[in-house]
Design a protein around this ligand. Structure first.
Ligand SMILES: Nc1nc2c(c(=O)[nH]1)N[C@H]1C(S)=C(S)[C@@H](COP(=O)(O)O)O[C@H]1N2
Ligand SMILES: [Mo]
Length: 331
């Protein structure tokens, strides 16, 4: 059957939110009773109702022990055309399914406990190790970079991330020469992530890159944004930013980094292989099966601009994919 690809601006928002489509199907099947009109109208706080409803009020937290590391000096080599997305806009439009599939999960994400926080290094490494996030931060030099950020749902932002090159973390981990891929995992703890009480995704969230991608200068480990420690809703205390790829590659709240010689089963690619691939490089000419990728909405401005191949980072990354024209590089 022939499917007409409508232009993305003709598509109602609900059709252009792939992650939502899966959740809503599952949530309705699992327990449509809790999705009464009242619960929906009550807004994000009530979203917990979807997942079981026993969200305890968060205990007061000590100030973030890494706060004095911010703001870090901006690296002028990584800049953008056009204004940065305002912080208030950014934290009100996120994807963090551990806290529900709404875009408004900043309040819900306050349940995330980010200290103590340990990152494990496993798999094909010289020696497995575990490091506390504050020791890791001490071992790294932080810098700020302005990056474009493009979700597969055809929206975009421009974000001042703080962090360090993923390459530095790879050096720290000391992978064996046999390692071909790096794999990063989010925490799994349904007590502090109500979304994980439902099978929205196959928890924990997992993403991966080839070693060549991971050691490209652009691949960035993010620990802060807007000159401060990373807001929880953006994936504190450690998340990835690979700005030439769709946002789902940029895994949040990482607790484990491993190295393997086989392409890993990553969360979205395993759930819906016809819609989301391992490579997920941005390309305006390759539509998602359900919508166009030709243009993108700039969140907060209402502007729609043309999508750019590799999200504008082709000069830095196109060579990574030389000779791979047969692979599904752009989904
Ligand atoms: N653990 C985890 N990581 C995640 C997600 C998620 O739901 N859980 N969503 C992904 C998607 S689809 C996008 S677009 C980005 C969103 O990052 P932002 O909220 O900082 O814009 O995070 C990615 N990383
Ligand atoms: Mo996304």
């Amino acid at each position: 059957m022939l499917i007409r690809h409508r232009r993305s601006w003709e598509i109602p928002e609900r059709d252009a939110t792939p992650e939502h489509v899966f959740l809503h199907r599952r949530a309705f099947m699992a327990g449509s009773a809790v999705l009464g009109a009242g619960a929906l109208a009550a807004g994000p706080a009530r979203a917990f109702g979807l997942f079981g409803g026993d969200a305890a009020p968060a205990a007061p937290e000590a100030p973030d022990p890494s706060a004095s590391l911010y703001p870090a000096a901006r690296d002028p080599a990584y800049t953008i055309a056009g204004p940065v997305t305002p912080e208030a806009t950014n934290v009100n439009y996120n994807n963090f399914y551990e806290y529900g599939t709404s875009k408004h999960v900043a309040d819900a994400a306050q349940m995330l406990r980010i200290r103590p926080w340990t990152v494990k290094f496993t798999g094909l490494v010289e020696k497995p190790q575990e490091v506390g996030i504050d020791d890791l931060l001490k071992a790294m030099t932080l810098e700020e970079r302005l990056y474009r950020h493009r979700c597969v749902e055809a929206w975009a932002m421009q974000v001042p991330w703080t962090g360090f090159p993923l390459k530095k973390l790879v050096d720290f981990a000391k992978p064996l020469g046999s390692a071909k891929y790096i794999v990063m995992k989010t925490f799994k703890d349904p007590k502090m992530a109500p979304g994980q009480r439902s099978f929205i995704l196959n928890w924990p969230y997992v993403e991966g890159l080839t070693m060549a991608e991971a050691t490209n200068d652009l691949a960035f480990m993010v620990t802060g944004a807007y000159g401060k420690p990373l807001p929880k809703v953006m994936g504190a205390p450690l998340r990835l930013a690979v700005p030439w790829k769709y946002g789902f590659k940029s895994v949040k709240s990482i607790v484990e980094i491993s190295f393997t010689d086989k392409q890993p089963d990553t969360t979205w690619a395993a759930l819906a292989p016809d819609e989301y691939g391992f490579w997920a490089n941005v390309n305006p000419e390759v539509p998602h099966p359900r919508w166009s990728q030709a243009s993108e909405e700039v969140i907060g401005t209402g502007d729609r601009r043309p999508t750019v191949i590799y999200n504008g980072y082709g000069p830095q990354v196109a060579s990574l994919y030389a000779g791979m024209a047969k692979d599904k590089l752009f989904m």
